[in-house]
Design a protein around this ligand. Structure first.
Ligand SMILES: C[S@@+](CC[C@H](N)C(=O)[O-])C[C@H]1O[C@@H](n2cnc3c(N)ncnc32)[C@H](O)[C@@H]1O
Length: 214
């Protein structure tokens, strides 16, 4: 039997997703012009090295935005690889689609926590996404299902946790609540989802997590 409290939780979750979709739709063009460029793009080329990408892999670019990582991922996974680029914002996806296409790129407008993928993904990349996921436990449980047994999950920000959280604190509600949890909370969230953090570093201008199925 469906419980009334579950229906309320689902409705609240749907509202959270809708608010972020509207926010990022409104931001899309500005995002592409101001945040997609990565100081001459060399920064993205360096970041891509962290993901240990290989020809033939299946990669999920979660919250791909206007697609700043897409050309670098495609270059690494080659013709035999597949890239699934997911975003809730149709405006962000439209910008990404305009730039990159091909038989091995799949654009999907969806909440990345609610994809029906089972043991399909070699590399799951959350670049500047994680704080925006309203239910982090649900997201990580899904990510654990999407990953192949030897797959890897990455949470990456070219900024410190403090910089990310301070920046979001000045955004309108509900985005002002979008935070990167501290290390202890992350460890618990990952463990509860069946994931092991194998690399975790926070630097002055960088935040990096690599995880695998436990
Ligand atoms: C801060 S932007 C980062 C975009 C891109 N990864 C980059 O670094 O340029 C966050 C992106 O995640 C998307 N997003 C937010 N919540 C999402 C969700 N639940 N599922 C899929 N995409 C989501 C937003 O629409 C937005 O495009």
């Amino acid at each position: 039997m469906i419980k009334f409290s579950d229906v309320l939780v689902e409705q609240a979750y749907a509202q959270e997703i809708k608010a972020r979709r509207e926010f990022f739709n409104a931001l899309a063009l500005r995002w592409e012009n101001e945040f997609d460029q990565g100081e001459g793009k060399s920064v993205w080329a360096e970041i891509i090295d962290l993901f240990d990408l290989k020809p033939g892999q299946v990669v999920l670019d979660a919250g791909c935005g206007s697609g700043c990582l897409i050309p670098y991922i495609l270059e690494r996974i080659g013709e035999e690889g597949k890239l699934i680029a997911v975003d809730i914002s149709e405006k962000m996806l439209a910008l990404a689609r305009k730039k990159w296409s091909g038989p091995h790129v799949f654009f999907i407008q969806a909440d990345v926590s609610q994809l029906g993928l089972i043991r399909l993904i070699d590399r799951l990349i959350c670049f500047r996404l994680f704080p925006h996921l309203p239910d982090k436990r649900k997201a990580l449980l899904s990510f654990c299902q999407y990953l192949k047994r030897e797959g890897q999950l990455f949470i990456v920000h070219p900024a410190s946790r403090k910089q990310v959280n301070d920046f979001h604190a000045n955004l309108p509600t509900p985005l002002c609540r979008d935070k990167l949890p501290d290390k202890n909370e992350m460890m618990v969230l990952f463990r509860m989802a069946g994931l092991n953090i194998i690399d975790f570093w926070e630097r002055e201008n960088f935040y990096f997590i690599r995880a695998k199925i436990a």
